[in-house]
Design a protein around this ligand. Structure first.
Ligand code: GLC
Ligand code: CA
Length: 556
């Protein structure tokens, strides 16, 4: 049975469209608010299709927009096959999808399979049911330790709470059991050995694929299979890559059994024309990334190494080479990424002295050390344009095209992120990159909507507003637009060649069609070789590339 997407004008028929795509991540609640309730919504996205088109991106990825009580920014899903009424309806979604497709922009949605929310119908049913029942088997319920089961079943820690076990009474359960959650207690983990769970996710993937969704971003893709054999192994601190190693036998993540799940998903994806695609979010030993990116499983896997690579020539070269080698191992393509909704914006990282401990800096509301905003934005732009020239796909995050900075001074009373609220307040959390976008320099919530913003926007957002940058040819937005549209014209085979440079803080690579990229990290001025200058992130005068600059040029 072959399912063909309804005839939709703007999309290419290329089955490999994803290999070198530019994908723009939208955090729906913070993108654009159409009805003035302070929360971004689906109609808001639809209203901004002209903007998305102006970016010349190939696809958008939408973070969760499903019904959710927002214990974790929507990664706590009440219903996988619906739209949160605060964000719109399925009809709004269809309208948005058709509008994007018409402009040639594909759509990824976020699938959160490791856990549901505590308000998911199945979890409510499980709480009301008896131990050992079919309803409880969809999650991971266990008896506690101690004389009366008053202690958690194991010492496992959670990402957002001290223990990964919560007593069911917290949510009204009356059977003295504990349930497992990798993240917040409001995010109970599914039991992926349960066939009903497996089938339900196939149903969800089919539901969105049938609607015309082109791809899926798989949340915590390495988490689904767990070692639940008893007695439980010990995990008093987070199981890092070191402890887990590369054998697929960790306690809690990246276990070999997980691939059987993705093989089944792949069969479903391949029933569509073009096949649906997927990208895994998996924090695993680098050697294991290709297992998630295999054509037999999800097809692509995020390579997050640039998120922590210092803005420095040698580190960039090593990271680039390693990532390319890895992607080639499984015939996948690279997945360059500098920012997302879980990370401090890269403009901010690059404007801070690298020796500064970012976590404490954030906790000081960004006051303990100076931030050089201007050079942060310029370096971030240089890094982004360097990455956009590389073979493979690029995942960018809303606002990075504006050179936007992290908001560091959100008052405690307004913080939403459980990473802060539950981690004993030792981590400022991720709200700072989730503040609603500035569209205009003035007006209610800088043009985000007519009724304020669900996270406070600082005054300096005005300087980064779309409206302001659109008028300035040298703005990050203008340069991103130019780069993204040039990239479409220039795109060529997934190959790269390195060239010698006369300064160790400069990198130079080219693509098979003579598309050359030079990034000057910090050399005084670097002489551009002969060629036609196509783009530069800072002005190049007399062929001199200044520090913190990337140029694209064409050589015959
Ligand atoms: C992923 C998401 C993050 C979320 C977590 C739990 O890492 O990117 O935002 O908190 O999964 O779902
Ligand atoms: Ca709204």
């Amino acid at each position: 049975m072959s399912k063909t997407t309804k005839k939709t004008s703007g999309l290419s028929q290329d089955k490999n469209w994803w290999r070198q795509a530019a994908i723009y991540q939208i955090y729906p609640r913070s993108f654009a608010d159409s009805n003035g309730d302070g929360i971004g919504d689906i109609k808001g996205i639809t209203s901004r299709i002209p903007y998305l088109k102006s970016l010349a991106i190939d696809a958008v990825w939408l973070s969760p927009f499903y019904p959710s009580a927002l214990a974790d920014g929507g990664y706590d899903v009440d219903d996988y096959r619906d739209v949160d009424p605060k964000l719109g309806t399925l009809a709004d979604f269809d309208e948005m999808l058709a509008g994007l497709h018409k402009e040639g922009i594909r759509v990824f949605v976020d699938i959160v399979p490791n856990h549901s929310s505590n308000l998911h119908e199945w979890f409510k049913e499980a709480l009301a049911a008896k131990p050992g029942s079919k309803a409880r088997e969809r999650y991971i319920f266990r008896d506690g330790k101690g004389a009366n089961g008053e202690l958690p079943p194991s010492d496992w820690v959670s990402h957002f709470a001290p223990s990964s076990w919560t007593h069911e009474s917290t949510f009204g359960g009356k059977n003295n059991q504990w349930f497992l959650h990798w993240f917040a207690p409001e995010q109970p983990d599914f039991n992926w050995e349960n066939r009903e769970v497996q089938k339900d996710f196939l149903k969800t993937l089919k539901f969105w694929s049938d609607r015309g969704v082109d791809g899926f971003r798989i949340d915590v893709a390495h988490g689904l299979a767990k070692d639940l054999s008893e007695p439980f192994r010990s995990m008093p601190v987070h199981e890092g890559l070191e402890q887990r190693g590369n054998k697929g036998k960790g306690i809690w993540g990246d276990r070999n059994e997980v691939f059987a799940i993705y093989k089944e998903w792949r069969k479903l994806f391949n029933q569509y024309d073009p096949p649906r695609v997927a990208v895994a979010e998996a924090f695993v030993h680098p050697e294991r990334l290709p297992l998630y990116a295999s054509t037999k499983t999800l097809g692509q896997c995020f390579d997050f190494r640039f998120i922590e690579t210092p803005f420095e020539a040698h580190a960039y070269k090593v990271a680039t080479k390693e990532a390319i080698e890895l992607a080639q191992k499984n015939k996948s393509s690279c997945t360059w990424t500098l920012s997302n909704h879980d990370q401090i914006r890269h403009a901010t990282k690059m404007g801070l002295n690298p020796a500064v401990n970012r976590r404490s800096w954030m906790l000081s509301n960004g006051t303990s050390h100076p931030l050089d905003k201007e050079s942060g934005t310029a370096n971030a732009l240089a890094a982004s344009i360097y990455i956009l020239g590389l073979p493979g796909s690029t995942y960018m995050y809303q606002g990075e095209e504006l050179g936007l900075h992290e908001v560091t001074d959100i008052p405690e009373s307004e913080i939403q992120d459980p990473q802060y609220l539950r981690n004993l307040k030792v981590d400022k959390g991720r709200d700072g990159c989730r503040v609603p976008l500035p569209w205009t320099a003035s007006g209610s919530s800088f043009g985000f909507g007519s009724g304020g913003a669900h996270l406070p926007q600082p005054k300096w957002f005005a300087d980064y507003a779309v409206e302001v940058e659109e008028k300035d040819e040298s703005s990050p937005l203008a340069i991103y637009r130019k780069a993204l549209s040039l990239r479409k014209e220039l795109q060529t085979k997934e190959e790269i060649k390195w060239h010698k440079t006369t300064d160790i803080s400069v990198l130079h690579y080219s693509r098979p069609n003579g598309w050359n990229v030079i990034i000057n990290f910090r050399a005084e001025n670097y002489q551009m070789p002969k060629g036609e200058l196509l783009l530069s992130t800072r002005p190049v005068v007399n062929g001199k590339i200044p520090a913190g600059t990337t140029v694209w040029f064409k050589k015959k």
